[in-house]
Design a protein around this ligand. Structure first.
Ligand SMILES: [Ca+2]
Ligand SMILES: [Ca+2]
Length: 200
């Protein structure tokens, strides 16, 4: 006589192939949705990072404003160290005044004066001539016609009513002298205008 003895503790599961396939399919679909969402999030994060990097890159390439005031309040060029201020006329003079030579870099000096920032340049009344901005109002006739010292282009501080503006002479000083020195039989202006034109 054959007896069947069920084995204790052993669970015999009934396999419903149709139900299991549906569950598996639903689970798989949910997983795909989750994976897709994660993938989208990752892509969005990457795009943000790339965008930030590009923006940062652009920012790094934005020209730096290097305008600064050198000694005696002269117009200057700020070195990369953010401290050293080189007088304008020391830029592109073939001497490395900035520690890393940024005052002599090719892009600044390869096509003077147009390759220089505008604040470093002064255009004389004669359009053929230009000087460095720190040569304006320094008492020297750097333009050759004193337009860097006396004319409206230069806009230098006026001599004042008690002063005489010497008539300019090429490549000489364009100075002011006290009017009391006019016609004192001693030359003070290179042009002698203090002795022949000035009226005390
Ligand atoms: Ca230099
Ligand atoms: Ca000058």
């Amino acid at each position: 006589m054959n007896k069947t003895h069920p084995q204790r503790g052993v669970h015999v599961a009934t396999f419903d192939s149709t139900k299991s396939f549906s569950e598996a399919k639903a689970c798989c679909t949910r997983r795909r949705v989750c994976i897709s969402a994660v993938a989208l999030l990752v892509l969005a994060a990457l795009a943000t990072i790339v965008g930030l990097a590009a923006t940062l890159g652009l920012l790094l390439h934005v020209p730096v404003n290097r305008f600064c005031a050198a000694s005696n309040n002269r117009t200057g060029f700020l070195c990369d160290d953010g401290v050293t201020c080189v007088p304008a006329s020391h830029v592109c003079n073939r001497i490395r005044d900035c520690r890393n030579g940024e005052d002599e870099q090719e892009k600044l000096c390869d096509d003077l004066p147009s390759s220089l920032p505008g604040y470093l340049v002064f255009h004389c009344s004669n359009p053929l001539y230009w000087i460095y901005a720190d040569q304006r109002c320094n008492g020297m006739n750097d333009c050759g016609d004193c337009s860097d010292e006396m004319e409206s282009l230069a806009a230098c501080p006026p001599c004042g009513s008690e002063w005489w503006s010497c008539t300019p002479v090429l490549y000489e000083y364009c100075t002011c002298i006290p009017k009391r020195l006019c016609r004192d039989s001693i030359q003070h202006c290179a042009s002698w205008s203090d002795e022949y034109i000035c009226k005390p």
